[in-house]
Design a protein around this ligand. Structure first.
Ligand SMILES: NC(=O)c1ccc[n+]([C@@H]2O[C@H](COP(=O)([O-])OP(=O)(O)OC[C@H]3O[C@@H](n4cnc5c(N)ncnc54)[C@H](OP(=O)(O)O)[C@@H]3O)[C@@H](O)[C@H]2O)c1
Length: 358
């Protein structure tokens, strides 16, 4: 005969009580986690709405970029792509410009074009950020006497196309480290004391959506962009008490020469804007939110997943439904797998294009 298990009423009550405590704990942790996630994801939107409504309730506050931050902006990597369009948009909004880039002829062409269209002052500085610490003394000398109020750290370099670490030339890796990490760090360090003293100013750092997870085949590039994220967010806290705005812009794909290795990306479209539309939208966010993808569909887009890039993979069914928001919900391992599939595809596409070109 089976032994009868006797459980007293007190034991049952104690077990029920413990179970209730565990449930309450799980409930509290779940609620806090969801609240933190929603806050993280929607605080930008809330800040933008607040900034848009502010003029109606507090019309005495400064409204234009010039009123908010001052008259002079410096833009790095300003002769092409996103940087050139940032420069054009800032000029349209009445800012004087210092454009810093590598190629003198392109700098002259861009400054001439902008001056012919807007009543602003311009200056250009030709330096190669890949050279490392040598260039900053020159920049400092050339900026002497200019009160820099907005600094757009835009200059950036990717591999020629996604590839494995050992396939990327060693010199290019040094260039990427010097450009993507060195320029943003050292230029910010030079400009910050003036902004702190003036108790106003804005630093805009162009990161990338590729920092959302480690990116195989773009390992160095994506890691430098993670650096930009942490660097920017740390400075945002450091400089808040000095009334200096520090903004992180994390674009997804934009149709610039950086992506010329891929016809699919360069086709552009709803999720992939051209640099003009992108910069116009990103500049609109300046002074309204400190973290932004810069372009509204990039906020919706899965981290770099696009139907054309995944026509036959297992991800093709989910790419249309996932959004950046949901992407962030996915475990990092899954994001990493998706990122890897994407860069593998892009690599094959780039190799195919190269073969056709030769
Ligand atoms: N395009 C995208 O899909 C995308 C996505 C996410 C993030 N981003 C980020 O956005 C930023 C701008 O990218 P983009 O696509 O507009 O780039 P881009 O079209 O390749 O333009 C790069 C600009 O930087 C200048 N530059 C390059 N190397 C330089 C160096 N060593 N020293 C000085 N200037 C140099 C170039 O000057 P030259 O004209 O002389 O070459 C050009 O003006 C980068 O930080 C990039 O990482 C881009």
């Amino acid at each position: 005969m089976q032994p009868v298990l006797e459980v007293s009423i007190y034991t049952l009550l104690r077990m029920a009580f413990i179970w209730q405590l565990i449930s309450l704990f799980i409930y509290l942790v779940g609620t806090l986690t969801i609240a933190a996630f929603l806050y993280d994801n929607f605080k930008s939107l809330i800040h933008i709405i607040k900034a848009l409504l502010e003029p109606y309730f507090q019309p005495q506050l400064p409204q234009t970029l010039v009123d908010k931050f001052g008259k002079w902006a410096v833009v790095t990597g300003a002769t092409d792509g996103i940087g050139k369009e940032y420069a054009r948009e800032l000029a349209r909004q009445g800012l004087n410009l210092v454009l810093i880039s590598r190629t003198k002829e392109k700098l002259i062409a861009v400054t001439n074009e902008i001056e012919s269209q807007h009543k602003i002052k311009t200056k250009w500085i030709a330096v190669d950020f890949a050279k490392g610490r040598d260039v900053y003394e020159q920049i400092e000398k050339e900026l002497a006497g200019i009160d820099v109020n907005i600094l757009v750290n835009n200059v950036g370099r990717m591999y020629d196309y996604p590839d494995t670490l050992e396939a990327v030339p060693e010199d290019l890796i040094w260039d990427i480290l010097n450009i993507n990490v060195g320029a943003v760090t050292m230029l910010t360090r030079k400009i910050v004391p003036h902004m702190k003293a003036a108790r106003k100013g804005a630093i805009v750092n162009i990161g990338s959506g590729s920092e959302l997870q480690p990116m195989p085949n773009m390992a160095v590039y994506a890691a430098t962009k993670k650096y930009v994220t942490f660097f920017t967010q740390a400075l945002e806290q450091e400089l808040a008490e000095f009334n200096v705005t520090v903004q992180l812009v994390m674009p997804m794909f934009v149709t610039t020469k950086m992506n010329e290795y891929s016809d699919s990306v360069m086709q552009g479209g709803f999720l992939i804007p051209n640099p003009h539309s992108f910069a116009r939208s990103a500049v609109f966010m300046l002074g309204k939110t400190n973290t932004t993808t810069g372009f509204w569909t990039h906020g919706l887009q899965v981290s770099m997943i696009d139907k054309r890039l995944f026509p036959i993979t297992t991800f093709s069914t989910i790419d249309r439904f996932l959004q950046y928001f949901f992407m962030k919900m996915a475990p990092q391992h899954l994001r990493l797998l998706i990122g890897h599939q994407l860069t593998k595809r892009l690599r094959l596409e780039a190799l195919g294009q190269k073969k056709l070109a030769t």
